[in-house]
Design a binder for this molecule. Structure first.
Ligand code: FES
Length: 389
C-alpha cells in the first residue's frame, strides 16, 4: 500500500504558489470535492500579532479565564503583544504556517486529482481559527464555489478539545445563524495520530537528523519528542490529546526499532496554573545534570513550522539554553512540512475517507468524561445530524 501511494507522488512547480488566490488553488472547472484544512494559523506579520492573541485569549474553548473572558483576555493580549511581536521579528517577521498549509493543500489536491479521478477536481480551503483566512472565510468560499462534497480535515493529527475542538465549534457557530447549503455533503477527519505514513514521516526525519550527529555520539543521543502542553485542568477533564501524542511517539520509536533512548516532553506553557510536564527545557536541564550531552528534539504534534518550532525549540532551547547548559550536540528535526511521505499521508487519509471512511467518527461524537462546555454538546449534535443526513 505504501509503495502504491509513493508512486502517486506528483512533481510540484514552486512557481504555481505565487499564482494561488487567497486560500486555495486555481482550477479550471468547478471543484467537485472541497478539502477544508483546519488549523490554528499564525500572524503573517508583526502587525497581525495583537489581533491573533486577542482571538486566542477571548476563545473560551481554547482558554478558560476565571472571570470576564472578553475583558481580561483582551487585556492579556494587549500586554503580551510587544513580547510576542519581538519573537516573530526574530524568526523573519511572521509565521510560515499559511505558506506551508498552502503548499500542503496544493500538493494534496494534485495527488488526489490523479489518484481519485471520480472525486476530482479537488480544491483545498484553509480554515484558520485565529487569523485570516478564518474558518468562516473558508466556508463562504466553499459555498460560493458551489461545492457539494466537502471533507473537513483537521491538521492537528492528535485531537484536543482546545484546538481541534475549538475549530469544530467555530464551524457549528458559523452555521447556527445561517442556512446550511442543502446540497452540501459534509464529513470529517478529526484525528490521525497513528497513521502509518505520519509515523514513517517522523521516523525518516529523525533518522536523517541522527545521521548528522558525530558517529561516536549517535547511539547516546536522547530523542526528546516535544509537544505543546495543556493545562492539567484540561488533561483531567479527559482530553485525549496526551494519549494520542503518546501513541504517535510509541509507533515512531517502534518504526525506528527503539534505536535510542527517548522521552515525551511538553512545551509552551503560559500562565501561572499547573500544566502537563515534564517541560522540554526542564527535561534538558535534568538530563544534562545526569551527564547526558547529545539530544535530538522532535516536534511531534506540529505538522508545519511555526513560532513554537522556529523560536522556542530552535532559538530558546537549541541555541540559548544549550549554550548555557554546555550541551555538546543538539539538533532539531524539521516539522513534516512538504516531506513526500507526509503529503502521501494526507493523500491516503483523504482518499480512504472518501472511499469508505465514516462520515464522522464515534470518538468525535463522544465527550470528555468531565466536559462542561455547552459548545461541545451543540457542535457534536449538529455534526451528527449534518454528517449522517
Ligand atoms: Fe472535551 Fe467538551 S471539553 S468534549
Amino acid at each position: 500500500m505504501f509503495s502504491y501511494y509513493r508512486s502517486g507522488l506528483l512533481s510540484f512547480s514552486k512557481k504555481c504558489l505565487h499564482l494561488l488566490p487567497y486560500s486555495s488553488r486555481n482550477i479550471s472547472s468547478k471543484p467537485k470535492t472541497g478539502i477544508v484544512m483546519l488549523n490554528m494559523g499564525g500572524p503573517q506579520s508583526a502587525d497581525q500579532v495583537h489581533n491573533y492573541l486577542h482571538n486566542i485569549m477571548t476563545d473560551r474553548d481554547m482558554i478558560q479565564l476565571p472571570i470576564m473572558q472578553d475583558r481580561l483576555g483582551s487585556w492579556i493580549a494587549k500586554r503580551r503583544t510587544p513580547e510576542v511581536q519581538k519573537k516573530y521579528n526574530e524568526i523573519g517577521g511572521g509565521s510560515p504556517i499559511y505558506k506551508w498549509t498552502q503548499k500542503q493543500g496544493e500538493l494534496l489536491c494534485n495527488q488526489l486529482d490523479k489518484l481519485s479521478p471520480d472525486t476530482a477536481p479537488h480544491k483545498y480551503y484553509i480554515a484558520f481559527r485565529y487569523v485570516k483566512p478564518l474558518t468562516e472565510d473558508a466556508f463562504l468560499e466553499l459555498e460560493n464555489d458551489g461545492v457539494t462534497r466537502a471533507v473537513i480535515f483537521s491538521q492537528y493529527p492528535q485531537y484536543s478539545c482546545s484546538t481541534s475542538g475549538s475549530s469544530f465549534n467555530a464551524i457549528y457557530k458559523f452555521y447556527k445563524n445561517r442556512k446550511y447549503p442543502k446540497n452540501l455533503k459534509l464529513s470529517i477527519i478529526d484525528r490521525w495520530s497513528t497513521h502509518p505514513l505520519l509515523v514513517k514521516t517522523f521516523s525518516d526525519l529523525i533518522r536523517k537528523e541522527l545521521e548528522k550527529l558525530p558517529e561516536n555520539k549517535r547511539q547516546e543521543a536522547i530523542i526528546l519528542f516535544s509537544a505543546h502542553s495543556l493545562p492539567l485542568k484540561v488533561v483531567n477533564r479527559g482530553d485525549s490529546y496526551p494519549s494520542e501524542v503518546g501513541a504517535t511517539v510509541q509507533l515512531v520509536m517502534q518504526d525506528l526499532n527503539y534505536c535510542n533512548p527517548y522521552q515525551l516532553v511538553w512545551q509552551s506553557k503560559v500562565g501561572p496554573l499547573p500544566w502537563l510536564g515534564p517541560f522540554t527545557d526542564d527535561a534538558l536541564k535534568g538530563y544534562v545534570a545526569q551527564g547526558k550531552k547529545t539530544f535530538i528534539l522532535v516536534p511531534i504534534a506540529f505538522v508545519n513550522e511555526h513560532i513554537e518550532t522556529l523560536h522556542e525549540l530552535d532559538i530558546e532551547y537549541c541555541k540559548d539554553l544549550a549554550k548555557e547548559l554546555k550541551v555538546e550536540n543538539i539538533r532539531r528535526v524539521p516539522a513534516p512540512n512538504d516531506h513526500p511521505l507526509f503529503i502521501d499521508a494526507l493523500t491516503q487519509l483523504v482518499k480512504t475517507h472518501l472511499e469508505n471512511g465514516p462520515s464522522v467518527s464515534r470518538k468525535f461524537l463522544n465527550h470528555c468524561p468531565h466536559c462542561v462546555n455547552k459548545n461541545c454538546w451543540y457542535t457534536k449534535k449538529w455534526f451528527k445530524e449534518i454528517c449522517n443526513s
